[in-house]
Design a protein around this ligand. Structure first.
Ligand code: LHQ
Length: 262
């Protein structure tokens, strides 16, 4: 694990901190690799039942590190799709496929790919002073890392178009009002609230939470009939978990369940 990412596990929660504060935690290949390694650990470790993603310093993430993209006169243009296919798309897919909840604590500006990586998380909390910026139009690009999918699905086409084309900073409160994120908390409360939320999630039936991700993310592409069939399939899996058995026993014994996450 390198310094560009800090990853700590406690109380069932893996806290991943993007840690290039001098660059507002902009992504370079090293940070991508470290983040993927941390998420891979979250997939395989039974000690991790929830992931918390946040940023060090005053920003959450400013997207791609543009200092690595400087072009001099005469340079051949770079094929940006190679970066997207090598780094950003696999990252977003890995986040969505992770069978455990990912909470994002947006501590400051989330710009470019950084905004869309926040939106790829399952539950997004933002500090009141945080903001979301689809910065791409400012540099002649289109929203990537899922932005052209997340924005219309979460906030509708009209808002997606305005956010993408105007590339204006969207205050956290407006993001919550538009349904882009779960909620806004006071700056001083963000770390505490996000930690408490993650510990709560980590104590819940992890198998069921992972299956909920599958079901809810599949819903946008499914008919009701397809979704009902998927629910039956996933409920079969949930019903085989130890946590379901424990919860039913606890209910009948009038006590609190003790979930183990399997
Ligand atoms: C940065 C960055 C940054 C390097 C702030 N890079 N240093 C995918 C595939 C392939 C290629 C292209 O991209 C993509 C996906 C993308 O993400 S494209 C979008 C890339 N991101 C942006 O365009 C955002 C660029 N940053 C900004 O517009 C501003 O920094 C924001 C609005 C985020 C914050 O503004 P301020 O609060 O005023 O902070 P600042 O601009 O003063 O930044 C602080 C420092 O961080 C500064 O360094 P310095 O040495 O002068 O203190 C910036 O140069 C550095 N920084 N973003 N993306």
């Amino acid at each position: 694990m390198t310094n560009s990412i800090l990853a700590v596990v406690a109380d069932g929660v893996q806290t991943i901190t993007l840690n290039r504060p001098d660059k507002l935690n902009a992504f370079n290949p090293e940070m991508h690799a470290a983040l993927r390694a941390a998420l891979n650990e979250a997939v395989h470790s039974e000690d991790i039942r929830c992931v918390l993603l946040t940023g060090a310093g005053r920003g959450f993430c400013a997207g791609q590190d543009l200092s690595e993209r400087e072009m001099k006169a005469g340079d051949a243009p770079r094929d940006l799709s190679t970066t997207i296919e090598a780094y950003y798309n696999p990252l977003v897919k890995a986040m969505r496929a992770l069978p455990k909840p990912i909470v994002c604590a947006v501590n400051g500006v989330a710009a470019g790919a950084g905004a869309n990586i926040a939106l790829a998380c399952d539950i997004v909390l933002a500090a009141r002073s945080a903001s979301f910026l689809q910065a791409f139009a400012r540099i002649g690009l289109i929203p990537d890392s899922g932005g052209t999918w997340f924005l219309p699905h979460l906030a509708g086409t009209a808002r997606a178009m305005g956010l993408a084309m105007l590339a204006e900073k969207l205050p956290a409160e407006d993001a919550a009002r538009m349904g882009l994120i779960w909620k806004v908390v006071e700056d001083a409360e963000l770390a505490h609230e996000a930690g408490a939320l993650c510990r709560q999630l980590a104590a819940q039936p992890t198998v069921a939470l992972g299956l909920m991700k599958q079901a809810i993310y599949a819903a946008v592409n499914n008919t009701l009939e397809e979704q009902l069939a998927l629910e039956a399939k996933l409920q079969r899996e949930a019903g085989w978990s130890d946590d379901y058995r424990e919860a039913v026993a606890a209910f009948l014994e009038k006590r609190k369940p003790r979930f183990k996450g399997r």
